[in-house]
Write a protein that binds this ligand. Sequence first.
Ligand SMILES: C[S@@+](CC[C@H](N)C(=O)[O-])C[C@H]1O[C@@H](n2cnc3c(N)ncnc32)[C@H](O)[C@@H]1O
Ligand code: SF4
Length: 384
Amino acid sequence: MNSKPAPLALYVHWPWCLSKCPYCDFNSRPADPANLPEAAYLNAITAELNHYASQTNGRNLTSIYFGGGTPSLMEPQTVAQVVESASRLWGLHSDCEITLEANPTSVEVAKLRGFRAAGANRVSVGVQALNDADLRALGREHSATQALRALDIAGAVFDRFTFDLIYARPEQTLRAWEKELSQALAVGSDHLSLYQLTVEPGTEFFRRNVREADEDLAVKLFYLTQEMMQGAGLPAYEISNHARPGAHSRHNLTYWTGGDYVGIGPGAHGRIRDQGVTSATHQISDPARWLEAATKHGHGTAKVRILSAAERAAELLLTGLRLPEGVSRERFTEQSGLDIMQALDPQGLKILVDAGLVKLDDSTLCVSPEGRLTLNAILERLLV
Ligand SMILES: C[S@@+](CC[C@H](N)C(=O)[O-])C[C@H]1O[C@@H](n2cnc3c(N)ncnc32)[C@H](O)[C@@H]1O
Ligand code: SF4
């Protein structure tokens, strides 16, 4: 048994945005930043930090991630105070990664230096598209010129920066995406997140009956993306995430490799393993109700649930098989209490191995690049 305390990541959710994008099903809502009770939110976040720190004593933070919503709408001073509290309560690893998601509007870009001074050492910019017509169709508040300027400033202020693009957009051709991705690569960041558009129930796109790209085109777009990113020296280290060697997001890798994380803020979730048992924590989603609960009770936790070994095994495979290196059998056993063979259906496994979609050896279980395209179907066959 390893006596060294396991590393821990911290996620802080800021649910507010300038407006609601029609494709977005994240826990985010439009609000006028000038009318938000930011000090009250900071107090509530601080209360939750105290609450969860008391349950994860003695563990240092390896990363902090401010996600949203649009955390770049926060005042840098608010970010500074959250980082300061986290540092005091847990202690930060010497190379703790502190990422903040930022949107490229001018108001937010003007604050990037402030976020750097507040302790953030990595910024993730939500660009989504590099042409104005598509940015408008995606309901974004910025232009392509503003996005490129934001990236320029992000690169000047931060040693590490990344940006997000959404592809397989309505009417987008292979040729158009190839051109746009070349333009994105010319920016010179060492990390890029490239997501295929999904149309989720409950979103404005869903109501408008916007169609996802047909499967044939989606597959071609995916392979083109993999080839171009590999060729540029930023291979995929997860289905949608690409980086130069060493430039991956340490925070997100913690999720995908089954590490522990504390989730603070409305709708945030966490995973905390203690004495061989993993608990899933869920904060109240509605920001106003979360604020009220956290202010009154010191936390806005809606639910804490102990995961069964089978549930834990399923989620470790669901996240870990997104990575090219797959799931380490040794780590899987540490994190679920099961040998990986106890979680797999022998017949399903044999069929998938014979088809070349899955590889299992003494140390690892992994899925081929083709298999990763249809991971949900693979998992359905693979799990007992
Ligand atoms: C938490 S969200 C947004 C962060 C930030 N507020 C922004 O809008 O840039 C993180 C990323 O998920 C991606 N995303 C959100 N909804 C999506 C969808 N329906 N399909 C594909 N990607 C999506 C976007 O690239 C987005 O930047
Ligand atoms: S995509 Fe980003 S800015 Fe748009 S609504 Fe979602 S979280 Fe907010």
